[in-house]
Design a protein around this ligand. Structure first.
Ligand code: MEV
Length: 446
């Protein structure tokens, strides 16, 4: 690659054919600068894993590091877990830990997998009648099962496989559009590759089948792909306690007032999409942290969750509350299509470590743990929002980010934490604190 070419706004050809050093070189040229020593060291870090990681993604440059934290004392179905979370938002692990600690003393999280069925579809057009496909469907189905027999053999040994195949007629919505709608059980795997392979085999079989009846119509396979809409792969998580037990979280409110403000927050999320999306985002703070830590696909999990939140026609809260006399009952239902085998779960050393920390759970166990963390973060967020507000806790964590950005020393950081304990944190306030008195004013100066 000529330097003059790479420095300008020209199309880059053959980027994936370059080796890692050449790619970094090209990026530097495009950016028009050398890397600082610190950045260069970062790009080269974990050299022993570079080869393995380069195989996870095309055009690999380096590893992107995020904080890996742990939430202790997560009591789920009577068992205590240390739950790993990978997340960049500074207050999330603290919020989850607060809720986990509270519920560990109040009965813990009760979780139950309601189903783990995933689906995929062969999307096709057919110019013939639905009646013809419908009348021949039993025969076709038999052929579809047979065509996938060899691929499903090992999954069937693990208790999974194809559980049903249906023919769906969408032709009233889109001319000639039909689907093979296939249900799968994927044991401890998320199963994306398994499902997609089965679907592609079925698509070929369907083509062969229809080509034997050229007078009946013309078939065009458009695509074969799993669906990330997983309303049958759902876990329920619930907590409950005496309202009186909520005293430690109620701030200046009585436990009854706190509980009814909490309920109002959920009611609001059920009628306002503006509130509901943020409310559910708080749930995904916890869920995504576990999903990323364990090497699962957080985009799939998010997509499924937000679609599920809209299942009644309006986007609503994924968590539900019931105040029943003196009892506070809180629950969530979340769709989760995740695995503890396959994908990155075993090939990423920290994902492997995360799963080991959880006692090498089954995918069902991991669904329960993940849902509990979603509930923990949501509970903590709503409890803060309806009492002191969120900024107090957030800004404390944010303070350390600002101090790092401003290059504060360890001593200055310690002083600043004490100084800002009863003050409002903002970038400007922290900057002023550091410049006006060198950040050496702490508790002793108060
Ligand atoms: C911030 O990451 C999450 C919250 O906004 C969630 C919520 O508002 O419920 C605090």
């Amino acid at each position: 690659m000529k330097e003059s070419e790479s420095q300008h706004n020209t199309i880059i050809r053959g980027f994936s054919k370059l080796n890692r050093d050449q790619r970094i070189d090209l990026v530097k040229k495009r950016m028009g600068r050398e890397l600082t020593k610190e950045l260069d060291a970062f790009l080269q870090s974990n050299a022993e894993f570079q080869q393995a990681f380069s195989e996870f993604s095309e055009n690999y440059l380096s590893n992107y590091i995020l904080p890996f934290g742990v939430v202790p004392n997560v009591l789920i179905n009577g068992q205590l877990y240390l739950v790993p979370m990978v997340i960049e938002e500074s207050s999330v692990v603290a919020a989850a830990s607060r809720a986990a600690g509270f519920w560990a003393k109040n009965g813990g999280f009760n979780c139950e997998v309601l189903g783990a069925t995933k689906k995929g579809q062969v999307h096709f057009t057919w110019t013939g009648s639905f009646g013809f496909l419908h009348d021949h469907f039993d025969e076709l189905k038999e052929k579809l099962f047979q065509a996938t027999n060899s691929i499903t053999a090992s999954m069937r040994k693990r208790g999974g496989g194809i559980s049903s195949i249906d023919l769906l007629d969408f032709s009233s919505k889109l001319v000639n559009y039909f689907q093979l709608d296939v249900s799968f059980e994927t044991a401890d795997a998320m199963g994306a590759n398994f499902i997609n392979t089965c679907l592609e085999f079925m698509a070929n079989e369907l083509s062969d089948f229809c080509s034997a009846y050229p007078d009946q119509g013309e078939l065009t396979i458009v695509m074969s792909i799993l669906s990330n809409h997983t309303p049958e792969s759902v876990v329920k998580c619930s907590v409950e306690c005496e309202i009186e037990q909520l005293k430690s979280l109620s701030g200046s409110y009585t436990p009854d007032e706190f509980a009814s403000r909490f309920k109002m927050a959920i009611d609001m999320a059920n009628v306002s999409i503006s509130r509901a999306v943020t409310h559910n985002k708080g749930i995904y703070n916890g869920i995504d942290g576990v999903i990323v830590a364990t090497g699962n696909d957080w985009r799939a999990v998010e997509a499924a969750g937000h679609a599920y939140a809209s299942r009644n026609g309006n986007y609503q809260s994924l968590s539900h509350i019931e105040l029943d006399g003196k009892r506070f009952r809180y629950s969530i239902y979340v769709p989760l299509a995740i695995g503890t085998v396959g994908g990155l779960t075993k090939s990423h050393p920290l994902a492997r470590f995360a799963l080991e920390m959880l006692g090498n759970p089954s995918s069902g166990n991991l669904m329960e743990i993940t849902a509990a963390l979603g509930m923990a973060n949501n509970f903590s967020a709503v409890a803060s929002l309806v009492t002191s507000g969120i900024q107090r806790g957030h800004m404390k964590m944010h303070l350390s980010n600002i101090l790092n950005q401003l290059g504060a020393t360890i001593q200055q950081k310690e002083n600043a934490v004490l100084w800002f304990a009863d003050k409002t944190v903002s970038y400007a306030a922290v900057e002023k604190y550091l410049t006006t008195n060198g950040g050496d004013t702490g508790a002793s100066a108060k």
